[in-house]
Design a protein around this ligand. Structure first.
Ligand SMILES: [Zn+2]
Length: 290
């Protein structure tokens, strides 16, 4: 074996040491890289997990919002139902206070019950009475409509007065003889004034005007009658017995309160109260005084 010089030996040793250290450093670096890679994978995993959780909670949030909306919708529906029921109860209470007689049809064979009487009557202002000395009354709920009608006519320069309002069953006999005198024998047989039903309701008025000698006959030829034909429906009044009706003689002076809705509909359709079936008329009762 060749003997190496001492210098060479040192150099070799130095190289070995350097290589060893380098190897260690390389090894160490590589270990670090492995650790880093693993750490990165770990973090990536966590990130994915977090993203998933986030997506899940977003989904949960959406579902919660939907559930909340559904619940609110349910509560709204429930509220509407309660409102509807309350409304129905309110309407029933209102209807219970309204006598169905108010909108019933009467005829030669079907009269109002003799015991029927309006709950509360009110005096018609004397300024609207043809004969101020003779007090006349109407149902207190009808009066505001009648007063509006009379004032409306006055504004239009039309002389319109009430000659007869409420009449009880009991006062009919006396009135009857009076009317026979007023209308003459022609009106005697089939005048509604003898049927009295509509006047007994307290919702009906006979109108009169000046210039026809204080009687009702001839009323159909007056400006007051034309005015009523044009305007009475706006105040809820309708002509009960028009010319050619099947019930009574033509009574141009006799107007019955049926409520604004019904009076307007009759006017629009060019129909009369007694033309309608009772079932259809009854649907107007709830709002007769509205
Ligand atoms: Zn009358």
């Amino acid at each position: 074996m060749r003997k190496l010089s001492q210098d060479t030996q040192f150099a070799v040793l130095g190289a070995v040491i350097v290589l060893g250290a380098l190897g260690y450093v390389i090894y160490d670096l590589s270990a670090d890289r492995t650790a880093l890679q693993s750490r990165a994978r770990e973090l990536e995993g966590k990130l994915a997990e977090t993203e998933e959780m986030l997506a899940e909670s977003e989904e949960e949030g959406r579902q919660l919002a939907e559930a909340l909306e559904a619940e609110q919708e349910r509560l709204r529906d429930l509220g509407e139902q309660v409102e509807e029921i309350t409304g129905t109860v309110g309407n029933l209470e209102k209807l219970a206070e309204l006598a169905p007689e108010l909108l019933q049809k009467y005829s030669k064979v079907y009269f109002l019950n003799e015991h029927f009487a309006p709950e509360r009557l009110t005096d018609i202002d004397a300024e609207f009475l043809y004969d101020e000395s003779r007090e006349e009354q109407v149902d207190r709920r009808v009066w505001p409509f009648l007063e509006d009608l009379l004032e409306d006519a006055r504004r239009d320069g039309v002389e319109l007065y009430v000659v007869s309002g409420y009449r009880s069953f009991g006062t009919q006999a006396a009135v009857k003889s009076n009317y026979v005198v007023q209308y003459g024998s022609g009106a005697n047989t089939f005048s509604a004034e003898q049927g009295y039903s509509e006047h007994q309701l307290g919702t009906t008025a006979d109108f009169i005007t000046t210039g026809i000698g204080g009687t009702l006959s001839g009323f159909e030829n007056t400006e007051a009658y034309d005015w009523l034909l044009e305007n009475a429906h706006k105040h809820g009044f309708t002509l009960s017995y028009p010319e050619g009706n099947a019930f009574y003689i033509f009574e141009p002076w006799h107007w019955r309160f049926v409520g604004r809705d019904l009076a307007r509909d009759l006017d629009r359709k060019n129909l009369h109260f007694y033309d309608l079936p009772q079932t259809e008329i009854d649907t107007y009762l709830l709002e007769i005084f509205d």
